[in-house]
Design a protein around this ligand. Structure first.
Ligand code: TYD
Length: 237
């Protein structure tokens, strides 16, 4: 952790959430960087690595995740990822994701950006477009409207998309900790292929925001790639 920052608070609900507050006041708004990718794409590892790299350069960073990142959001996460909730209506599921999203935007993300902290978020509104839209066949246009409402129009400055073939990602997850196995990962490969194609479509539609990173490589190589892209965008030198 960089010497110019103090750890102001850490949510007990998620060890990945750490808020760093500058000792000096920053007037300019922070950057909002989201991470997207199919199952097993290694987002959380890359967020940790980028977070440390930015902190080492003296920047204030907040790393968080969706669904979750707030006390209310973590309660919603428990409901929406519960493998026992097999009867959940697809629209109810979509609204729950967006409810957690509205909460984290208002309570955590916007206040952090306004005080000059850079926010790294593991999944955001694009996950709903990829999973509920392209994956489950809900109207992407409607989901976009709902997402705009939930986020109050807050868009990421950059989205790092960790691209991995669904077969490879699922295999990675299966060999990992079985406690991390949720009801989505139990769905068939065809669904994950649709999600993957959806992500590629979203990236193609907005190339200025999306950075497509090959995630089938060594984690340190992926980290260097992400860092180089962040540098080339002028965010760090
Ligand atoms: P998680 O265990 O955090 O998985 P991952 O490490 O892959 O992010 O579970 C999040 C799951 O929720 C994941 O399968 C994707 C799904 N999801 C949606 O379907 N829609 C959404 O809007 C979000 C944020 C997540």
């Amino acid at each position: 952790m960089g010497g110019n920052h103090t750890v102001a608070s850490a949510y007990s609900v998620d060890s990945r959430v750490v808020i760093l507050v500058p000792k000096t006041n920053h007037r300019s708004r922070g950057l909002f960087i989201t991470f997207e990718g199919p199952e097993g794409s290694g987002k959380s590892t890359q967020i940790q690595l980028l977070s440390r790299a930015l902190e080492a350069r003296g920047l204030c960073v907040l790393a968080t995740r969706e669904p979750g990142g707030t006390h209310i959001g973590e309660q919603i996460r428990a409901i929406v990822l519960d493998t026992a909730n097999t009867e959940m209506s697809p629209r109810a599921e979509t609204l729950l994701y967006n409810a957690a999203r509205a909460q984290i935007v208002d309570q955590v993300i916007m206040p952090a950006l306004e005080r000059g902290t850079h926010v790294l978020c593991d999944r955001y509104a694009d996950s709903t477009l990829a999973y509920q839209g392209f994956g489950h066949g809900q109207s992407v246009a409607q989901l976009r409207q709902l997402g705009d409402y939930a986020t109050n129009g807050l868009k990421p400055d950059i989205t790092i998309y960790l691209d991995i073939a669904p077969e490879v990602g699922l295999r990675r997850k299966q060999t990992g900790d079985s406690e991390g196995w949720n009801r989505f990962e139990q769905l068939e490969l065809a669904y994950h292929r649709a999600v993957h194609q959806g992500y590629l479509q979203l990236a193609q539609d907005e190339p200025e925001r999306w950075q497509v990173v090959d995630a089938e490589r060594d984690e340190s190589v992926i980290h260097q790639d992400i860092l180089a892209r962040i540098k080339s965008l002028g965010l760090i030198s």
